[in-house]
Design a protein around this ligand. Structure first.
Ligand code: C5P
Ligand code: MG
Length: 314
C-alpha cells in the first residue's frame, strides 16, 4: 500500500528487538562466553513463559555428578560420588586400583561421541555392576561415609548456596536424578549445609546389614543411560510434581536429557547442559539437544540468574 510509511515500522521493529532482547538485559549471564544457544529466541520465550507462571508452576530436575558438582578445580578433576568412595581410606589399595582401571576403561566409552546409546548401555551395566560388586567386598560401614565425603575433593559448583537457597525459599521442588551413589551424594549436600526439605533424590542406594556394613545395592541399577526408564517406572517420584508443568532440567550427559520423561502435562521445559569434557567432539550434539549449553563453566551462575528472573517479585 502507498501508506507503507517506513518510520512507523522502524519503532515497531525496535520495540520488537528490545522485547526480543529482554532477557539479555534481565539475564546478562546469558551473554557469558561459556553460553551457547541453538535458538536464543526460543530460550527467551520459554524463560518468559516460566516467569509469567511463577515459581509455583516450576520444578527443577537435575543430575548430580558433574552437574551440581564441579568437574575440575585448579586444573584437577573433581570426584564423582563413586570416586569419593573409590579413593577413600575405606577401600583397600588393591580395590582402589581395580576401580581406577574400570574408570579408565569405561569412562571413555561413556563419553564416546561415535557410539550410539544402544552400543554404550551393555558397557555401562557392566561397569556399574563390577564396581558395585567390588564395593560390596570392602565391608564399608555406613557410619564412615560422612568421613569419606569430608576428606574428599568433591565440591558443589560455585553459586550452590544461592541455587539451593533460592529453591528452598520459593518452595520449588528439586528432584535429583543420579546414576551415582545416593548415600554419598546426600552426604555431599549435607556436608555443604544445603540439604533442604524440598530435595528428593532418585539414585543407587546402599543396603546395609544389621551391623551397618554394606551388603548390596537396593532396587534397579541406575546408570547414565537408563534414567528415562527410571523416570517412567517410578511415577511416585513424580506424582506430587504433576501440578508443576514448567521444568528446569540440568544435566551433563546426553542420558540426562530424558530425566523429565515421567512428568506429564509439561508446558515448558528448559534443558541446560554442562559440557565439561571432550568439548570439540561433543559440541554439536550438545547444542542440538540442550537449549542452553555451558562450556567448561564451573558455576551455577546461569541457572541461578534464570531462577532469579523466574522468581523475581514473586
Ligand atoms: O550423577 P550422575 O548420573 O552424573 O552419576 C554418574 C556418573 O558417575 C557417570 O557420569 C560416571 O562417569 C560416573 N561413574 C563413576 N564410577 C563408576 C560409575 C559411574 O565415576 N563406577
Ligand atoms: Mg552427571
Amino acid at each position: 500500500m502507498i501508506f507503507h510509511i517506513p518510520w512507523i515500522y522502524v519503532p515497531v521493529r525496535n520495540v520488537l528487538a528490545i522485547w526480543h532482547q529482554l532477557t539479555k538485559y534481565e539475564i546478562p549471564e546469558l551473554t557469558k562466553p561459556s553460553v551457547i544457544m541453538r535458538d536464543r529466541g526460543r530460550v527467551e520465550e520459554i524463560i518468559r513463559n516460566m516467569h509469567r507462571a511463577g515459581p509455583g508452576a516450576l520444578q527443577v530436575i537435575s543430575d548430580f555428578d558433574m552437574t551440581l558438582t564441579r568437574f575440575a578445580f585448579n586444573g584437577k578433576r573433581c570426584p564423582t560420588s563413586h570416586n569419593i568412595l573409590d579413593n577413600s581410606s575405606l577401600i583397600s589399595e588393591e580395590c582402589t586400583s581395580k576401580l581406577a582401571n574400570l574408570l579408565s576403561h569405561y569412562y571413555p566409552i561413556e563419553i564416546d561421541n561415535s557410539l550410539s546409546v544402544e552400543e554404550k548401555v551393555p558397557h555401562m551395566v557392566e561397569w556399574w555392576t563390577r564396581a558395585h560388586d567390588l564395593l560390596v567386598q570392602q565391608r564399608i560401614k555406613k557410619d564412615q561415609l560422612a568421613k569419606a565425603v569430608r576428606e574428599s575433593d568433591a565440591m558443589l559448583r560455585d553459586g550452590y548456596e544461592v541455587f539451593f537457597g533460592s529453591l528452598k525459599d520459593h518452595s520449588i521442588p528439586l528432584l535429583i536424578f543420579s546414576a551415582g551413589l545416593g548415600d554419598i551424594l546426600e552426604e555431599v549436600i549435607k556436608h555443604n549445609g544445603v540439604f533442604h526439605p524440598n530435595i528428593r533424590v532418585f539414585s543407587n542406594y546402599m543396603e546395609f546389614d544389621e551391623n551397618g556394613v554394606l551388603c548390596s545395592f537396593k532396587g534397579q541399577l541406575i546408570h547414565t543411560f537408563n534414567k528415562r526408564e527410571g523416570a517412567l517406572l517410578n511415577p511416585d517420584q513424580f506424582e506430587q510434581l504433576q501440578d508443576r508443568p514448567n521444568i528446569l532440567l540440568l544435566g551433563d550427559s546426553m542420558g540426562d536429557l530424558t530425566m523429565a520423561d515421567g512428568v506429564q502435562n509439561v508446558q515448558n521445559i528448559l534443558r541446560i547442559g554442562y559440557l565439561n569434557d571432550k568439548v570439540e567432539e561433543r559440541r554439536d550434539a550438545y547444542v542440538g539437544s540442550y537449549d542452553i549449553v555451558l562450556v567448561k563453566d564451573e558455576t551455577l551462575d546461569v541457572p541461578n540468574a534464570i531462577l532469579n528472573y523466574i522468581t523475581e517479585g514473586k
